[in-house]
Design a binder for this molecule. Structure first.
Ligand code: NDP
Length: 335
């Protein structure tokens, strides 16, 4: 069983030297356990936070152990009556080819139906990123039809879902993404009303002007994935009683300072700003997954995947994710 371990903690930007490829034996199963051959590994920005020593909302990733991560795969051996060989499953298998897991604990391993939904989508649109989009949009922004919703990292796994869920609720949807190719696809493939290439607007004045043009009625809801200047620019266009869902601050994940330029706007515009962690709202996952699953199964939901080949490519692909080299959900294909 090939695995990738975290072997040192990055200062600032991570590098491939922080990881090591390790060969480990697969031990015989105990009662209640199953062996899963992981087919896809999900790479997610939160993993950067786990690489730090400091305690956050979750414990740090221990050194010299398998990197954590979501996986989908197939049961290849079972000593658990609820799972049989051939079952397709989603779990937290980590950066490794095989996962030996005690499947008796509730929620550790979920069977998934791949009749109408591809297995990999359970790591994206019909998985954690999709639910993240659904939660921040419906529970924090709670947009009304006709309102304008803005989302940063719009071409990503979360951002693409935010925009499509908001369109389905009758909103005007404006994205921000890096580069003309991403922006073109956000509008023409994902169906956003407009998308701003933030890299073409390197100062606050210019970015806020672009937002003004794209949001003639101002901004009622903002789904924040990035932080920094993008947040400042959106805040300058925020309407009275607008809402911001704080989902991610990827611009600061390597330790860059991302101060907020004008917090007085929160008061002046009577805004609501709320952060959330999707895994703390498990009771809403079934409702979110039902909507997302139906949209994907009926072809109403569009998504892209960037797929790196082979476990050994995971560290490089993860570094790429933090630099915007991915387009849509970043996966590693293991089989
Ligand atoms: P994405 O697929 O969106 O990939 C990350 C994207 O972020 C990159 O493609 C890049 O797009 C953009 N990006 C990277 N660095 C910067 C930067 N310095 N400035 C602006 N944009 C940048 O990832 P996800 O959809 O998986 O995650 C999106 C956000 O949601 C992240 O912040 C993540 O941490 C957060 N999240 C939060 C959860 C929660 O429970 N709160 C759960 C899941 C995700 P581009 O080329 O456009 O710059």
């Amino acid at each position: 069983n090939r695995q990738i371990h975290l072997v040192s903690r990055p200062q600032g930007e991570p590098s491939t030297a922080n990881f090591a490829l390790v060969e480990a034996p697969v031990e015989a199963l105990a009662d209640g356990e199953v062996l899963v051959r992981n087919h896809y590994l999900s790479l997610d920005p939160y993993m950067r936070g786990r690489m730090n020593e400091s305690k956050s909302y979750a414990q740090p990733q221990p050194l010299n152990e398998v990197m954590i991560g979501g996986t989908v795969g197939e049961v290849v051996e079972s000593r658990n009556e609820h799972f049989k060989v051939g079952d397709k499953v989603v779990g937290m298998g980590g950066w490794q080819e095989y996962q030996r897991v005690n499947a008796s604990q509730r929620g550790v391993l979920q069977k998934v139906d791949t009749t109408h939904i591809p297995l990999s989508a359970y790591l994206g649109a019909v998985g954690m990123p999709g639910v993240t989009a659904w939660y921040g949009l419906t529970q924090i922004i709670a947009p009304k039809a006709g309102e304008t919703v803005v989302v940063s990292a719009a071409s990503g796994a979360v951002g693409g879902a935010v925009g499509q869920l908001a369109k389905a609720r009758g909103c005007r949807v404006v994205g921000l993404a890096g580069g003309p190719a991403k922006c073109e696809a956000v509008v023409n493939e994902l169906g956003f009303d407009a998308c701003i290439d933030y890299k073409a607007h390197p100062d606050l004045r210019s970015l806020s002007k672009a937002l003004k043009d794209a949001c003639p009625d101002g901004v009622d809801g903002y789904f924040e994935n990035v932080g920094g200047m993008i947040l400042d620019a959106v805040m300058l266009r925020a309407n009275a009683f607008s809402r911001i869902a704080f989902c991610g601050m990827i611009a600061g994940y390597n330790g860059e300072p991302i101060p907020m330029a004008n917090p007085a706007l929160i008061l002046v515009n009577r805004m609501k700003l709320e952060g959330f962690i999707v895994s703390e709202h498990m009771q809403l996952w079934p409702e979110a997954l039902k909507e997302l699953g139906t949209m994907v199964a009926t072809g109403k939901f569009k998504y892209r995947e960037t797929v790196a080949q082979g476990l050994e490519s995971a560290p490089e692909a993860f570094l790429g994710l933090l630099k915007g080299k991915n387009f849509g959900k970043q996966l590693v294909k293991l089989v």
